[in-house]
Ligand binder design. Structure first.
Ligand SMILES: CC(C)(COP(=O)(O)OP(=O)(O)OC[C@H]1O[C@@H](n2cnc3c(N)ncnc32)[C@H](O)[C@@H]1OP(=O)(O)O)[C@@H](O)C(=O)NCCC(=O)NCCS
Length: 142
């Protein structure tokens, strides 16, 4: 497990490309990781989790494990690293995220960690081919 660094942006871009069908660029990662409010963790070139600090909350911005390494516990380890981070810092005590309503693997993972659904954002994911609702989930760590 490594803390994310600016020099990881190419790897993060390549992992994300295998996890999501979208147009994030390497530069998107550079912009985020140049800002000290962003942080996260990576396991080799297999998966990563990227978060942002907002006041007393941590938002999970993006999170993925490449398909050939899924169901081996890497997603669980990455999410646990964020929870450990939040528990060891006094200024943050909430983690929240948005997940597509039909994303069963991710929703099961979050639920198994005790994340609770707090709202629905209608039509939040809006691509040419599909419009989906987002489920907003939160974990309180105090
Ligand atoms: C969500 C994701 C990160 C999980 O990574 P992973 O390394 O496969 O997760 P783990 O092996 O640690 O699995 C942990 C738990 O998640 C749930 N889970 C994972 N894949 C699942 C699946 N296909 N179906 C149902 N539950 C699943 C299970 O509860 C699993 O625990 P178990 O293996 O003991 O049953 C991965 O599927 C992924 O990258 N998906 C595409 C990107 C994505 O959706 N990211 C999240 C956006 S909010």
């Amino acid at each position: 497990m490594h803390n994310l660094k600016l020099s990881d942006c190419k790897i993060l871009y390549l992992i994300r490309k295998q996890c999501f069908n979208d147009i994030w660029t390497e530069n998107d990662f550079i912009l985020m990781l140049s800002n000290k409010l962003y942080f996260g963790f990576r396991i080799d070139e297999k998966g990563f989790i990227l978060c942002r600090k907002i006041l007393d909350e941590i938002e999970i911005i993006t999170f993925g494990v490449i398909p050939i390494y899924r169901r081996q516990g890497l997603g669980r380890r990455l999410l646990q690293s964020v929870i450990n981070y939040v528990k060891t810092t006094s200024e943050n005590n909430k983690i929240f995220l948005e997940v597509a309503e039909d994303n069963t693997p991710a929703r099961s993972l979050y639920k198994s960690f005790g994340f609770q659904q707090i709202s629905i954002r209608k039509d939040y994911y809006n691509s040419i081919t599909k419009i989906k609702n987002a489920v907003v989930m939160q974990l309180l760590t105090y």
